[in-house]
Design a protein around this ligand. Structure first.
Ligand code: NDP
Length: 233
């Protein structure tokens, strides 16, 4: 009988897996038995995350990569194939925000947020597709946001990128279902990470507003994403 939630023998890539939600998801994947390749730009954060994952007895590796470019996404998939021989799971999690009023963004800032949060997911999914076909199927998890749905005055490009992530997810899911590749999006609420620690510094009153509007009365914990990642694989 197939054991539920067993990812033994599977190989996953988690972009932005060196901290926050990505590391939470990577931890869940390795605890379920998968080998994980994390990708991030910061070599120090990558090394620390690999050490933490290996301490769980996992096969883990890091690739120093900026996933906004096609060549980097292709190289990331190649690295996973070289290291672990196959690719079954891709978590498109890398993300940034630049917080300003809409009238104040430069075109470069707009592009930087869209490239990091949305284009990277498209490019990494494209790069992963042939390897997933070869594996007989795969799972792609795209990280959206509550701002995929709601607006925020300080998050024009971010909200646009996250809204796009939901629509990209639907298109990929429709196109690749025939190939046994399932594509889902996760839309987190307010989670305590480096990203939102910066937001709390930059947006006056955000911390209090989040606590007041969150029924649990606290910020979310990235560790909660371990089970979410596994349940979607
Ligand atoms: P973190 O800042 O902790 O993590 C972001 C990750 O993305 C880091 O690992 C960072 O690594 C990586 N990253 C950023 N840019 C690039 C790039 N160009 N190439 C490769 N990696 C990159 O934030 P979170 O964990 O909060 O965010 C993870 C995802 O969850 C994001 O997509 C975010 O939008 C989303 N999200 C977060 C919420 C929250 O409340 N925290 C709510 C809703 C969605 P490095 O710096 O080494 O490149």
């Amino acid at each position: 009988m197939t054991k539920l939630f067993d990812l033994g023998g599977r190989v996953a890539i988690v972009t932005g897996g060196n901290g926050g939600i990505g590391l939470g998801m990577a931890t869940g994947l390795v605890r379920a038995g998968a080998a994980v390749v994390i990708a991030g730009r910061n070599a120090g954060k990558n090394a620390a995350a690999v050490k933490a994952l290996e301490a769980l007895g996992a096969k883990a590796a890091a690739v120093e990569a900026d996933v906004t470019g096609q060549a980097a996404c292709r190289a990331l998939v190649e690295a996973a194939l070289d290291q672990f021989g196959r690719l079954d799971i891709l978590v498109n999690n890398a993300g940034i925000n630049i917080r300003k009023q809409p009238q104040d963004y430069t075109p470069e800032e707009w592009k930087s947020v869209l490239d990091t949060n949305l284009t990277s997911a498209f490019l990494c999914s494209q790069a992963a597709y042939p390897a997933m076909l070869k594996a007989g199927g795969g799972k792609i998890i795209n990280i959206g946001s509550m701002l995929s749905i709601f607006g925020a005055a300080f998050a024009g490009p971010y909200g646009a990128s996250k809204g796009g992530m939901v629509q990209l997810t639907k298109s990929l899911a429709s196109a690749w279902a025939k190939d046994n590749i399932q594509v889902n999006a996760v839309l987190p609420g307010w989670i305590d990470t480096e990203l939102t620690r910066a937001a709390r510094k930059e947006v006056t009153g955000l911390h209090e507003r989040v606590l007041a509007r969150t029924p649990a009365g606290r910020w979310g914990d990235p560790a909660a994403f371990a089970g979410i990642a596994v349940s979607l694989d």
